[in-house]
Design a binder for this molecule. Structure first.
Ligand code: HSE
Length: 431
């Protein structure tokens, strides 16, 4: 029986170099725990300088991914290059060469996942991706294996550590957006292109992956309504606090009959709720399913060690199936066809926080309320601050549940009133 598994790692960035270090340092530990020798055979990075990050034998390093992919002794190729190209070509060629693949590439899986899983099924090889969502939290394995007997009604949570770090710092320490983002970059949490984090796209990629494995629905990035945190201002954080809420970037996938709502946006969460106390780099995922009921997963969602831990769990999982000669040809997309379509954002119902910037004179509040009423939007509470010298007052309202399209239409009308002096700020609220 084969009990030595050869591994090739492509991409020696923050996660790749940590993974290599762990594979070398913990070789004996892994062998004691699993009975399998996890042997690092080759490491690759297109940048020669990356070689300095890892202490490997000279002939183990290459700048050419093909050398790893075409090495007949390698069993598992770990793709940690990131982005769509050449990561997709690396994975497809590795599968063609009969390798199993481990990847942390959420952008690639969210955009090309179906083609990759199909290819893996054709080749009877596995593509594992635990590190793509939730950093060190074993969320993918929990959904695919631990909760396989369930029908899911919703999965939502904080899936981007960088955005959560920024919002937490702005809220608790009054730190500016820019300096909080710089800290997240320095600590290695942010993507190479941090706009993916702050514009909500990274969360969108992750919720698309979770939707695929939990609901069996291929959700393209165009299907996901995405709004990031770049327009969240300290004043809205402050008013939300006064009203008893915390602003979090939530990724939400919610079943609605045969439709699935999939959205990412800043969201007010009541202070007593668990998600509102998830701070810093931590992620939290809530799951509601018919057999297990409500479950919460919480942990470090970014960073080299939690992510390398998730990659290693995939390596070990695949290694077990190889040594047991038990590689399944299962197609990762579950054959659950109950979800037909992704719901249009226009038809989604949520509560809202709205901040109007209005002239302080008689009848203004009545004009705003009149337009909201016409669109069937019911006000839950209103706070008006004292006027400033400029005679412009912030009026903050919380609404009851209303349809997105109605709210957008009402805002268009309200923002065109002569008494409104700036574009109104709209943030959704989930309670
Ligand atoms: N940039 C990501 C985050 C890394 O901040 O959550 C983990 O996927």
């Amino acid at each position: 029986m084969k009990n030595k598994i050869n591994i090739g790692v492509i991409g020696l960035g923050t996660i790749g170099s940590s993974l290599v270090k762990l594979l070398l340092e913990r070789r004996k530990v892994f062998c004691d725990r699993t009975g399998i020798e996890l042997n690092l055979s080759r490491v690759c990075d297109k940048d020669l300088g990356a070689k300095k990050k890892v202490k490997v034998a000279k002939d183990m390093f290459t700048r050419d991914a093909k050398i790893v992919i075409n090495d007949p002794d390698i069993d598992i190729v770990v793709e940690l290059v990131g982005g769509v190209h050449p990561a997709k070509e690396i994975i497809m060629s590795a599968l063609s060469q009969g390798k199993h693949v481990v990847t942390a590439n959420k952008l690639l899986l969210a955009t090309e996942g179906y083609a990759i899983f199909k290819k893996a099924a054709q080749m009877h090889r596995q593509v594992f991706f635990e590190a793509s969502v939730g950093g060190g939290i074993p969320i993918i394995r929990s959904i695919r294996e631990g909760m396989v007997a369930n029908t899911f009604s919703s999965i939502f949570g904080i899936l981007n550590g960088t955005s959560n770090y920024i919002l937490s710092k702005m809220s608790s320490e009054g730190v500016s957006f820019k300096s909080a983002l710089n800290e997240a970059k320095q600590k290695g949490y942010a993507e190479r292109d941090p706009s993916l984090d702050i514009k909500g796209l990274d969360s969108a990629h992750k919720i698309a992956i979770l939707s695929l494995i939990a609901f069996g629905k291929i959700v393209t990035i165009e299907d996901v309504y995405v709004e990031g945190i770049e327009n969240i201002s300290p004043i809205d954080i402050q008013y939300s606090k006064e009203l008893g809420y915390t602003i979090k970037l939530l990724a939400i996938a919610k079943r609605n009959g045969k439709e699935l709502e999939v959205r990412v946006h800043p969201t007010l969460q009541p202070k007593g709720y668990l998600l509102s106390s998830v701070s810093g780099i931590y992620n939290a995922v809530f799951i509601d399913a018919d057999l297990v009921g409500k479950q919460v997963f919480y942990g470090e969602g970014a960073g080299k060690l939690p992510t390398a831990s998730a990659v290693l769990s995939d390596i070990v999982d695949i290694a077990y199936t190889i040594v047991n000669d038990n590689v399944s040809s299962e197609f990762i997309v579950p054959k659950r066809l109950e979800i037909k379509t992704v719901k249009k954002m226009d038809d989604v119902y949520t509560r809202f926080y709205v901040r109007f910037s209005a002239i302080d004179k008689p009848g203004v509040l009545a004009q705003i309320a009149d337009h909201l009423g016409r669109y069937d939007i019911s006000i839950a509470s209103v706070v008006q601050k004292e006027r400033s010298k400029a005679h412009i007052v912030p009026i903050v309202m919380l609404t009851h549940e209303a349809r997105e399209k109605d709210m957008q239409n009402a805002l268009k009308k309200i923002d065109s009133l002569p008494v409104i002096k700036k574009k109104s700020v709209l943030i959704r609220l989930e309670s």
